[in-house]
Design a protein around this ligand. Structure first.
Ligand code: SF4
Length: 537
């Protein structure tokens, strides 16, 4: 009997291979679906392929739900990883989708926030982002522990749903330019693992120093037992141009690499031999760096997969070190967490990068300073004002709004200072007094998504990412490592239009319930179990 992906990750030391299958638009009878199924059949028959990953409305475009393509693969005995994103479904839709997957035998899920939708019937679809990747991981993790049902809001231990058996994967992205992008990505990675992520795949990228840096960072921050898979996207001149033009959020391809790709594209085979070898070299680098496998995308027929594997097998064990020197496409001024080891061109685990941005920040102004001071006085439960606030709200005609005058002061001051959208479940203190509802296209409350472009939001018009701004404010205060200590936040939509002050004072917002949602001792204990399954190195 075939080993499951979980068994392969935690009970072997094999270098694994996953191949991406892009979902198609249309039903299973479409020509493109038939082609995808033929490709999948070849992958199923190949013992070197450990799993097939199926995308979920990739790039923000509507496609066939991944489990439709996944069923025949699963029934043929191959491991399938289903991608789940938060852009098209709210938390109930995602939960419902997860029950379907569990019922049909899909136990491997890659949980992501997802790309911002770009198309749909009659125009662009409304983005959902009710949860983010941390919320989704928390949800799946909770399902794995057995959902405790609630009666009138009170947990009912006798009524626990059966446990699911999801192997939960997450994605991380460190191929970023600025410190305020890279460092929060690392903090969020740590939080994803605390919330229940059991394996990690990195974003597509073409810089071996950053590939190494990620492995080193995980090793040095209590994540050494979490399997890390390296993303290899097979290029061609057209894809290289798309990546270079930043048309795929989060993916960077530098001008020097583009030049090489375009030059190779002029050859008789349009660069195919070069691009296959380039992909094989990336696989060899990941293997050499101690990643647990490679995730191959950008391939659409089995011949390409077979050729890349053949090239990679022909390399000598130490060849990857030379390849690592060749595939070093970072950008001028790019932030690295670790210094460069001049002998290898990779990260130096013993030295932090000297190029960290200075603590001074243009982000620090009177609004930030006043907000911090006022928050300390008004919302610290031990302070007189907080006790007074709780009492007056509880005794007002509508306790969710509080006294009318106080509510008017809240509404006007928060609108003027933060462009508040009155969601009633305020995340200002956690994001250094920046409102995620008005200033983040995806309403990210648990750290940045992977889509930033050199610090800017992937969606035009939003300016610098709020998490980069929050990181810089925190860095000025000397507590940037605390940036995501608050997570996970699962925003309560029932509070919309009510007073966030009253909700906080009365213990009705996420600050009061966060500990129940995830990142709990149970999840951490579960992760320890997973660690123990890992063979000693
Ligand atoms: S209450 Fe909600 S909408 Fe208003 S500032 Fe806070 S997070 Fe933003």
């Amino acid at each position: 009997m075939q080993k499951t992906l979980r068994e392969k990750l935690f009970q072997t030391r094999d270098f694994l291979l996953g191949v991406e299958l892009l979902s198609i638009r249309g039903s299973m009878t479409e020509k493109s679906a038939v082609k995808a199924r033929d490709f999948a059949n070849d992958l199923v028959a190949c013992p070197a392929v450990d799993w097939i990953s199926i995308t979920d409305n990739a790039g923000g475009n509507p496609k066939l739900a991944p489990h439709a393509l996944g069923k025949p693969i699963l029934y043929a005995g191959k491991e399938v990883v289903i991608h789940m994103t938060c852009k098209d479904l709210n938390r109930n839709g995602l939960e419902s989708q997860a029950w379907v997957l569990s019922s049909e035998g899909f136990h491997n899920i890659l949980a992501m926030t997802g790309d911002y939708p770009v198309s749909g019937l009659g125009g662009m679809a409304k983005p959902v982002f009710d949860l983010d990747s941390i919320g989704l991981i928390s949800l799946l993790s909770k399902m794995n522990r057995g959902f405790e049902l609630r009666k009138n809001g009170v947990p009912h231990a006798a009524e626990r749903l059966g446990k699911t058996h999801f192997l939960i994967g997450a994605v991380t992205s460190n191929f970023k330019l600025r410190e305020g992008e890279v460092a929060p990505q690392y903090l969020k990675l740590q939080k994803k693992i605390e919330c229940g992520a059991q394996f990690i795949i990195n974003q597509v990228g073409y810089d071996s120093r950053k590939m190494h840096e990620l492995r080193v960072y995980m090793d040095q921050h209590a994540m050494q037992y979490v399997p890390l898979i390296g993303n290899v996207y097979v290029l061609n001149p057209r894809v290289a141009q798309i990546f270079h033009d930043r048309k795929i959020p989060g993916i960077v391809l530098t001008p020097p690499l583009l030049e090489i790709c375009l030059e190779q594209g002029k050859s008789a085979d349009h660069g195919r031999a070069f691009f296959y070898e380039f992909a094989a070299k990336q696989m060899a680098i990941y293997r050499g760096l101690g990643y647990r496998g490679a995730y191959l995308g950008g391939v659409f027929d089995f011949a390409a997969v077979a050729r890349i594997l053949e090239i990679e097998r022909a390399f000598s064990p130490d060849d990857w070190k030379q390849f690592a020197r060749e595939i070093r496409f970072s950008r001028p001024g790019e932030f690295f967490y670790y210094a460069e080891n001049p002998a290898t061109g990779l990260a130096d685990p013993a030295a932090r990068s000297p190029v960290a941005q200075p603590r001074r920040s243009k982000r620090i102004g009177p609004v930030y300073r006043i907000s911090k001071a006022v928050h300390g006085v008004m919302f610290n439960r031990d302070r007189v004002l907080a006790r007074w606030g709780k009492s007056v709200c509880q005794n007002s005609a509508d306790s969710s709004q509080g006294p009318k005058l106080l509510r008017a002061v809240e509404w006007v001051s928060k609108l003027v200072l933060y462009d508040c959208r009155d969601c009633g479940d305020c995340s200002l203190p956690e994001i250094a007094y920046l409102c995620p509802e008005s200033q983040c296209a995806k309403n990210q409350r648990n750290g940045p998504c992977g889509g930033t472009k050199d610090g800017l939001c992937e969606v035009e018009g939003f300016g610098d990412c709020i998490w980069l701004r929050a990181y810089e404010r925190r860095k000025y205060d000397g507590n940037e490592r605390e940036l995501l200590r608050h997570v996970p936040v699962l925003q309560n939509q029932a509070l919309r239009g009510t007073s966030s002050w009253a909700n906080h004072w009365r213990g009705r917002d996420h600050a009061a319930t966060a500990s129940d949602q995830a990142g709990t001792a149970a999840v951490k204990a579960g992760n320890v179990e997973a660690r123990e399954l890992q063979l000693p190195s």
